[in-house]
Design a protein around this ligand. Structure first.
Ligand SMILES: [Zn+2]
Length: 289
């Protein structure tokens, strides 16, 4: 190969790399961290049984949902607890044991449709709904979005329709949350997926908590990167080797936790947990851009 040809190839590669990096940061997105109410107070070891006794305490935790404004359409990541449990009505809809332990305090104003309204959107403005997994505090209001494209891991759709006996027994799946959503428009993925093809919002395959659990990566125009773990990491303690107490596979759970942590370290990305009391108090209920 002639020197000039080599130079042209190298230049071409550099341009291609520059274009791909640049495009991620040229899309102007903003993201709002909302909560479908709060669970608790209850003992942290009810969720993380392996936590040492000297770290035992009572916690209250947010039910995290994210509303992401992208120029090509609004994306919602998780739809929280079903509207039916709002304002003290938990036992009309969830198994009593979950109401007694989790102590949900969702107000009607906390539900995803009202959160969208508060920010100036309606449920019909939402183009894409990503559901991290099919547990009751994440898929709860999927039926409010019949016109959206719904993105889930294919494995999670199977998980939702035939949960293992231990998950059914715990009441973690409420099939009434999604039994009327079966004919919605689904994009069943198997792995990571860049939603609008510009690197701004990427679904990350993060199984373990459930068979097809997903996390989400956001890249803002200013270069900030968020990794929104949802239940791949409930809270900071899960990063320290103490797994969530409800998992499809603890081994796969740790593989996903390690991947998200490494990705966060390598990219300098901020890691957001699904249910962390302190992080919510410091960073919840606000826009990021
Ligand atoms: Zn959860």
């Amino acid at each position: 190969m002639k020197k000039s040809t080599i130079f042209a190839v190298i230049l071409g590669l550099a341009c291609a790399m520059g274009a791909s990096v640049g495009s991620a940061h040229n899309t102007n997105i903003k993201a709002y961290w909302a909560a479908s109410g709060i669970f608790g107070p209850f003992p942290i070891r009810g969720l993380i049984p392996s936590l040492p006794e000297d770290r035992a305490r009572d916690i209250t935790i947010p039910i995290s949902m994210w509303i992401i404004d992208h120029p090509k359409g609004v994306v919602v990541f998780d739809t929280g607890n079903n509207i039916a449990i709002s304002d003290g009505n938990c036992k009309t809809y969830w198994v009593p044991g979950n109401c007694d332990f989790l102590k949900p305090s969702q107000r009607r104003a906390d539900v995803i449709d009202m959160q969208l309204k508060k920010l100036g959107y309606s449920v019909n403005d939402v183009k894409v709904v990503v559901t991290s997994h099919s547990h009751l505090d994440h898929i709860g209001n999927i039926e409010m979005f019949p016109n959206a494209l719904h993105i889930l891991q294919k494995r999670e759709l199977y998980q939702a329709w035939w949960p293992e006996k231990f998950q059914r027994g715990s009441g973690a799946h409420v099939m009434a949350d999604y039994d009327n959503a079966r004919d919605f428009n689904y994009l069943a993925i198997d792995g990571d997926f860049d939603i609008y093809g510009d690197g701004a919002i990427t679904v990350l395959d993060a199984p373990g908590h459930t068979l097809g659990n997903s996390s989400l990566k956001l890249k803002f125009r200013n270069g900030d990167t968020f990794i929104i773990a949802q239940d791949a990491l409930w809270m900071r303690e899960n990063l320290e080797g103490y797994p969530a107490g409800l998992n499809f596979s603890v081994k796969t759970y740790f593989e996903s936790a390690d991947r998200l942590k490494a990705m966060s370290d390598l990219e300098g990305a901020e890691l957001f947990f699904g249910h962390d009391e302190q992080q919510w108090k410091e960073k919840g209920d606000r826009w990021y851009k």
